[in-house]
Ligand binder design. Structure first.
Ligand code: HEC
Length: 147
């Protein structure tokens, strides 16, 4: 798995090394886009272990918000509609359960930085917890659609 990912990651770091905005030119916006989470229950400071919108009345709204938030903030690396074009992992593979949520949470909070190179920014520095769980809700639906 690590081997399969190392080539795209190198390509990405080469693009970033060219001056940050080259990715933006290749894939869309470089600045994380604010997400309007009106209509979603607010979550406070603490991150729950699993998607707090799953199995609630708010799920449908979360998916709707998450779909556009994903396409504005994640698609340029992870692919339109979460179908990976090879630059970064296919996020449809994340399971809609504790394991998938836990890994998702870890990555959006910590990003992916190795040897000082930023492969993925710390998205939680730019987007609210509500927006990020909305994106996970959208990914849960994309996961189910894949099966
Ligand atoms: C600048 C490109 C970039 C952007 C923007 C980006 N990611 Fe990533 N992401 C990556 C790369 C590259 C990896 C693989 C990192 C690694 O394996 O070291 C990754 C890994 C992940 C992982 C772990 C997946 C796995 O299978 O291991 C998750 C979850 C994730 N990203 C979520 C997101 C979400 C959600 C967004 C938008 C809010 C986002 N990413 C935006 C590049 C990006």
């Amino acid at each position: 798995m690590a081997k399969r990912r190392s080539i795209p990651a190198l390509t990405l770091s080469a693009l970033v090394a060219l001056g940050g905005s080259s990715l933006a030119m290749a894939h869309g916006d470089v600045t994380p886009q604010g997400v309007n989470t009106d209509g979603l229950p607010t979550l406070g400071q603490e991150w729950p272990d699993t998607n707090p919108y799953r199995d609630t009345d708010a799920f449908e709204r979360a998916v709707e918000i998450g779909s556009s938030a994903y396409n504005q903030n994640c698609a340029r690396c992870h692919g339109l509609e979460a179908i990976s074009g090879g630059i970064a992992p296919d996020l449809r593979l994340l399971a809609p359960d504790f394991d998938g949520d836990d890994w998702y949470k870890y990555r959006v909070i910590n990003g992916a930085v190795r040897d000082g190179k930023v492969y993925m920014p710390k998205m939680a520095d730019y987007l609210s917890q509500e927006a990020l769980w909305a994106i996970k809700s959208y990914l849960d639906v994309r996961h189910d659609e894949m099966e």
